[in-house]
Design a protein around this ligand. Structure first.
Ligand SMILES: [Zn+2]
Length: 428
């Protein structure tokens, strides 16, 4: 061990002239790196979470399977590690029951057994007046026995669901770690939630909202992430739904400088769990990096995730949160209702719309084999401009057009393919 006193006397002259400068530099370095690490979402952590959640071990995380429970235990373990409180009395699990036929080929009516699913909920108590919900669904299509797969022969195939929605789930975990390690946002409490039953119809989030384990009136807003793992590095398109659910959203989003090309959508109702909160008059935002070929297919795998891209989305979300006021609950606004639910349609085309497309018409991002559009000759990249007699201005008009047809109808469909108009026929 060095004799510190002697050393100090010997170097004291030098100390102030030289070492002080060094110390100041060192302190500046520590300060800056603290700031930097405070900004940093960990790409290795995202990789670790998504690789596990989307691995074959979890067999596609089908709701009410043993593997769903395994995934839930993994999430609870992470929350505990970050020092978060259980979000449902003394447990992280929020069990719900539901009745639903999980096999599309099982035509037996009546007697559908009651099943159980689990949301996973954790609370970060910063003694603040209001709480932000940060959520994502962690369930996926399991082995493809329900009717949600886009694979022509899905039964028995593991639907790993890396983007849908191991990506959003890993986002919840990373934001939970970030906000529990950094006291920068003591102005809010946080409820971190991972939902099950989303793919079966937003069941887990709806059950929780109907019988919440935390008072809804303390929630200022909800952030949802569903499919944030496929950021396109050239277009940088990030879609933000729900900007019409509070008057603060648009000014906040417009004020944040970023590399993203942000596409804003006002609707509070959409095809993910933010809908359950919006229907309880809670402002919401939902983040989405866009559709792709592997959507709802066994090929939605971990190696296709853009991890750096996802980290940048999460850092953007942190900036949005830091820009929101904490002195009052956000004002809630009702938005136009676009019913995207399957229940309102008697027919389906079997196409994946490009939700990020901003031009006239409906751009097709993918076509399901064996469904009407594919049989009629529609292709990925086609832009639908006319359906029957209806000019298709955008996705809303398209949805409306679709609802006017019934099974068996044959309808002319006009598309733009490579800039040329082409008329095809589709039989529903
Ligand atoms: Zn999905």
């Amino acid at each position: 061990m060095t004799n510190f006193t002697a050393l100090k006397q010997n170097v004291s002259g030098l100390f102030y002239s030289y070492s002080m400068k060094k110390i100041i530099l060192f302190l500046a370095f520590v300060f800056c790196s603290t700031l930097l690490s405070a900004q940093n979402i960990s790409v290795p952590s995202l990789k670790k979470h998504i690789s596990y959640l989307a691995s074959d071990i979890l067999k596609g995380r089908g709701t009410s399977t043993d593997e769903e429970k395994k995934a839930a235990m993994y999430l609870a373990t992470q929350f505990k590690r970050y020092g978060l409180l259980p979000g449902n009395k003394n447990t992280y699990l929020y069990e719900f029951t539901f009745k639903k036929n999980l096999d599309a080929h099982d035509t037996s009516t009546g007697n559908v057994p009651e099943r159980k699913g689990n949301d996973v909920v954790a609370f970060l108590d910063n003694k603040a007046p209001y709480t932000i919900v940060i959520g994502a669904h962690y369930d996926h299509l399991g082995l493809g026995y329900d009717k949600n797969s886009r694979d022509p022969n899905p039964e028995g195939k593991i639907h790993n669901g890396a983007d849908d929605n191991a990506s959003g789930t890993a986002g919840v975990l990373e934001l939970a770690r970030y906000f529990s390690e950094n006291n920068l946002t003591e102005k809010f409490n946080f409820l971190f939630m991972c939902y099950s039953g989303e793919e079966l119809g937003l069941i887990g989030s709806k059950k929780w909202c109907d019988a919440p384990s935390f008072p809804l009136e303390k929630i200022t807003y909800m952030i949802n992430m569903d499919m944030i793992g496929r950021l396109n590095d050239s277009t940088k398109k990030l879609i933000v739904y729900g900007v019409g659910t509070s008057p603060v959203w648009v000014p906040i989003i417009d004020s944040i400088k970023s590399n993203f090309s942000i596409k804003k959508d006002s609707a509070g109702i959409g095809p993910s769990d933010q809908t359950s909160f919006y229907l309880k008059d809670i402002p919401v935002l939902h983040f989405f990096t866009g559709q792709h070929e592997d959507y709802h297919k066994p090929s939605d795998d971990a190696e296709k995730i853009n991890y750096e891209g996802e980290a940048s989305v999460l850092e953007y979300i942190i900036r949005v949160i830091n820009a929101t006021p904490n002195s009052n609950k956000l004002t809630f606004l009702k938005t136009r209702n676009v019913d995207m639910g399957k229940s309102s349609f008697k027919v389906t085309m079997g196409v994946m719309p490009d939700y990020a497309y901003e031009g006239k018409g409906l751009r097709i991002d993918g076509v399901t084999d064996g469904k009407p559009a594919a049989i009629g000759g529609l292709k990925k990249g086609d832009i639908v401009i006319k359906l029957g007699d209806l000019e298709i201005k955008d996705i809303q008009v398209y949805m409306k057009g679709l609802s006017q047809h019934k099974k068996g109808d044959t309808v002319p469909v006009k598309v733009l393919r490579d800039g040329k108009e082409l008329e095809l026929k589709v039989t529903f």
